[in-house]
Design a protein around this ligand. Structure first.
Ligand code: TXA
Ligand code: MG
Length: 352
């Protein structure tokens, strides 16, 4: 399916040009597909109330039909028309964290097409913190359904070029607003059960949420590396965020990581393999062989999150056979970083 004429428009993400926004909104209203930046990753947008338009999203991404989508809104008011009711807790979280990288699950209202929720009785909604995204949603006059704008399974796009690589000829418009801020997808929080549960860790951390809702918990599939635990969020069960290369994630103390990865790299290189190493500023100078890239400083995990998906794509471009990656501490945004790394490596984890 490579028959759509794709256009790319560069837009100032702080002060988006009206013309580009109107062009994007017209396409959304007509049932087209528009990729746009959010503060997390690029989204691939369609009119969330138009099942035919939403069906095109699944085809363009090659996304399994049983994986529900997030609706993007520009105001809290817009949520009221889409859900059955808004709890006091949800209201508070929206006021504190929106616009921002927090997706909330609500009981689904009857206006929402089945295809959005993959038949579930809950719907995921968020308000992105990016002027281009907000103005596009507002001008469209509808909630915009937007999965990450990558081919299903590949690392999520943090730059317009990543969208181009994956979706050229499959979408009508790519709005290029530069690189995204957070670099990892939003936190998905389920508020429809007895307790608030984080289904996908992201930009808003457990620690952030605990300050407002102390009883919040993480889904077991996030905490445990047990493959038998089925995640509650359908999207979390697939191989995901994955580079073409095989990937091996190392966990342990920093010195042990450097030693373990160096030894493994040496062995693999002797076998004739091309090895990529995802290091950190603190360790990058200690590796001797391989294609070595630092994700950033261990003292600033936000930078590591920001660089993660682009680094996976860079190592693929470098045509490495295998990527050896340093693990991080599971606190703050470290939990989301480790969640993506574990999925990218298909659970290929080595404790050193
Ligand atoms: O940051 C983000 O959330 C980005 C930007 C574009 O907003 N979007 C994004 O969408 O990551 P996507 O489709 O790649 O991931 C949505 C995740 C999936 O894991 C999906 O299973 C989960 O949200 N999800 C959506 N609706 C759900 C529901 N009703 N119940 C459980 N999980 C749901
Ligand atoms: Mg995705």
């Amino acid at each position: 399916m490579e028959n759509t004429n794709t256009r790319v428009i560069k837009v100032n993400s702080l002060k988006p040009e009206k013309k580009a926004i109107i062009e994007g909104a017209e396409l959304i209203k007509k049932g087209g597909l528009v990729a746009f930046p959010t503060e997390t990753v690029y989204g691939l947008g369609a009119n969330g109330l138009d099942p035919k338009a939403v069906a095109k999203l699944f085809t363009a991404k090659g996304r399994p039909q049983d994986n529900p989508l997030i609706l993007h809104v520009y105001s809290i008011e817009q949520v009221r028309e889409l859900v059955e009711d808004i709890s006091e807790e949800a209201e508070r979280l929206m006021r504190i964290f929106w616009p921002g990288p927090l997706t909330l699950l609500f009981k689904r209202g009857n206006k929402i097409p089945e295809i959005i929720t993959a038949g579930l009785d809950t719907v995921a909604i968020r308000m992105p913190n990016n002027p281009i995204a907000l103005e596009l949603i507002k001008a469209s006059g509808v909630p915009i359904a937007a999965p990450s704008a990558n081919t299903s399974g590949k690392p999520s796009p943090t730059m317009a070029n990543h969208v181009r690589e994956d979706l050229w000829g499959k979408v009508n418009l790519i709005i290029d607003g530069g690189s995204t801020g957070v670099g990892l997808e939003s936190t998905v929080l389920d508020l429809t059960g007895n307790k608030p549960i984080i289904l996908r860790p992201g930009g808003i951390t457990l620690e952030n949420l605990q300050k407002i809702i102390p009883n919040v918990e993480e889904d077991l599939s996030i905490i445990k590396d047990d493959k038998k635990i089925v995640p509650k969020s359908p999207g979390q069960k697939y191989r995901h965020y994955a580079p073409k290369a095989e990937m091996l994630l190392f966990t342990g103390e920093v010195d042990a990581l450097v030693n373990g990865i160096s030894r493994q790299a040496k062995e693999l290189i002797q076998q004739g393999k091309k090895v990529g190493i995802m290091a950190t500023d603190e360790t990058v100078g200690r590796y001797e062989e391989g294609t070595i890239i630092s994700l950033g400083s261990r003292k600033n995990k936000e930078t590591i999150a920001h660089n993660l998906f682009n680094t996976l794509r860079l190592l693929d471009d470098a045509k490495v056979d295998i990527i050896l990656c340093e693990g991080m501490e599971m606190s703050g945004i470290g939990t989301a970083i480790m969640n993506r790394l574990k999925k990218a490596s298909s659970g290929n984890i080595k404790m050193v």
